[in-house]
Design a protein around this ligand. Structure first.
Ligand SMILES: C[S@@+](CC[C@H](N)C(=O)[O-])C[C@H]1O[C@@H](n2cnc3c(N)ncnc32)[C@H](O)[C@@H]1O
Length: 455
């Protein structure tokens, strides 16, 4: 069984070793390894992620064109970060991470990176036309200056169409992976991220999917990537404390509850979800289990004096504004039994150095695994933009904000564990901090009224 890694140790290690030092894999190594492995099944996934990266680069260029951003479009000094729409900050991080933008070290301007500096002005019309209705002819034309990434866009676009087409036949080699569901989660991810083509910085993107769609895609992630790690996390919790009463906030279709009831001995499990359609299905799933109760409730409206040994919040925090999260954490602290655990499963951009440290501690650091992490991180930056941009969600999760909010409500992070093999998401074990809570943290960029200041 892999141990939970103490947060204090990961932090110490991560700050002593910069992300760059640990992450030193050249783009040549990435593309060589990806093509060497591409004939194997795991290699096909690497290839998929490689193409998804090209897809995200095209999306970044399209967003820049759509929003009329100039080559050297922002001086951080002229418009301090805190005044920027949150989604624009997230976008800059995504475009920098995927290699489209960079910060010029002498002027401190954010500008196009070397490869994209010389784009002809007509390009910006062509790319918008391509993303609106992609086809091979337009991709060939763009690739004359874009080195293959328009083909990547077309490939991922076609794969998402194929995924939704019951008559899947073509695309040798990939159709099988799709039919057997081996790429379901990844394709759903690409499908949702393609909504970023609508991004205007002043507006939210109106989701073209039902809310329960996201809960279903979370199911794919759970089945394919997370379940074994969740079991391990539960087992290691039970070594130190009994887990009798459990609350699952935003329980969705109850997959975590199902695994929980087979893995640990509990007296009662309560699942909360705000979506009545989802709750109906989950209630009937557990209607023969009297110890399991599924309630249709907004977690913020619950006021009870229950005490729970374990409280779960998996992929749900981005539905809450920062001020709502603060309130939620206050409630969670009051519901936790003295030795209880608050276990969060979530993804956070911008913490590659901690993930690298964690991966080294777990001995998951082969070149193949580092490349997987590299691809997963790029995708995650896009996911953060999408969370900030989509009308359904309130915020993307940012680690420094999350830690500050927890601490302000008297909670502290005890340990971390990977939730999937890419370290895309983490399990975070949180406990009550029994020293007095400072309750004075200020959160930047929240509409909820805190003063702008970062931890
Ligand atoms: C992305 S899904 C995750 C479901 C499940 N935890 C998982 O990881 O598979 C988020 C779920 O949280 C629910 N949710 C969102 N806001 C909520 C709130 N304020 N109170 C309770 N549930 C909420 C949504 O309806 C949705 O089913």
């Amino acid at each position: 069984m892999q141990p939970m890694i103490p947060y204090a140790e990961i932090r110490k290690f991560a700050s002593a070793n910069s992300a760059n030092k640990l992450d030193k894999i050249s783009s040549f190594t990435v593309s060589l390894t990806t093509s060497l492995f591409s004939y194997t099944k795991p290699g096909k996934k690497l290839l998929f992620y490689n193409r998804l990266n090209g897809f995200l680069k095209i999306l970044s260029l399209h967003i820049i064109a759509r929003n009329g951003l100039q080559l050297s479009y922002r001086t951080p000094a002229a418009s301090p970060e805190t005044n920027l729409p949150r989604v624009l900050r997230s976008f800059e991080r995504m475009a920098e991470h995927s290699g489209i933008l960079q910060t010029d070290k002498t002027t401190n301007h954010i500008c196009f990176s070397k490869e994209y500096k010389e784009l002809p002005s007509k390009f910006f019309d062509d790319i918008q036309d391509f993303v609106k209705a992609p086809n091979k002819e337009k991709a060939d034309r763009l690739d004359a200056i874009l080195d293959g990434i328009a083909q990547d866009y077309l490939f991922i676009h076609n794969l998402t169409l194929l995924y939704n087409d019951k008559r899947v036949k073509s695309m040798a080699g990939w159709a099988n992976l799709i039919k057997k569901g081996h790429l379901s989660y990844e394709i759903r991810l690409a499908e949702t991220l393609s909504e970023l083509a609508q991004l205007s910085f002043s507006d939210k993107i109106v989701s073209s999917f039902e809310e329960s769609y996201y809960t279903r895609s979370g199911r794919d992630a759970f089945r394919q990537l997370i379940e074994p790690n969740f079991k391990e996390a539960l087992k290691s919790l039970c070594v130190t404390t009994p887990v009798r009463n459990v609350l699952d906030i935003g329980c969705g279709f109850g997959d975590y509850i199902e695994t929980l009831r087979h893995t640990v001995e509990t007296d009662s499990i309560t699942g909360l979800d705000i979506n009545p359609e989802v709750v109906d299905i989950t209630q009937s799933r557990f209607d023969k289990q009297p110890e399991i109760e599924i309630l249709c409730e907004n977690a913020l409206n619950i006021s009870d004096n229950e005490s729970y040994d374990l409280i779960l919040a998996n992929f749900v925090l981005f539905y809450f504004t920062l001020s709502e999260q603060k309130e939620l954490f206050r409630k969670i602290r009051s519901w936790l039994s003295p030795h209880g655990t608050f276990l969060v499963c979530q993804y956070f951009p911008d913490i590659e150095n901690m993930k690298n440290a964690l991966a080294m501690a777990h001995d998951d650091n082969s070149i193949f695994e580092r490349i997987e992490r590299h691809y997963a991180n790029t995708t995650l930056y896009a996911n953060a933009v999408w969370n900030d941009a989509l009308d359904l969600f309130a915020t993307s999760e940012q680690w420094h904000e999350f830690v500050a909010l927890l601490e302000s409500e008297g909670l502290k992070i005890e340990s971390l564990r990977k939730a999937d093999r890419f370290y895309y998401s983490l399990f975070i074990t949180i406990r009550r901090d029994d020293e007095e809570a400072p309750n004075s943290y200020a959160i930047a960029g929240d509409e909820g009224g805190y003063t702008a200041e970062e931890n």
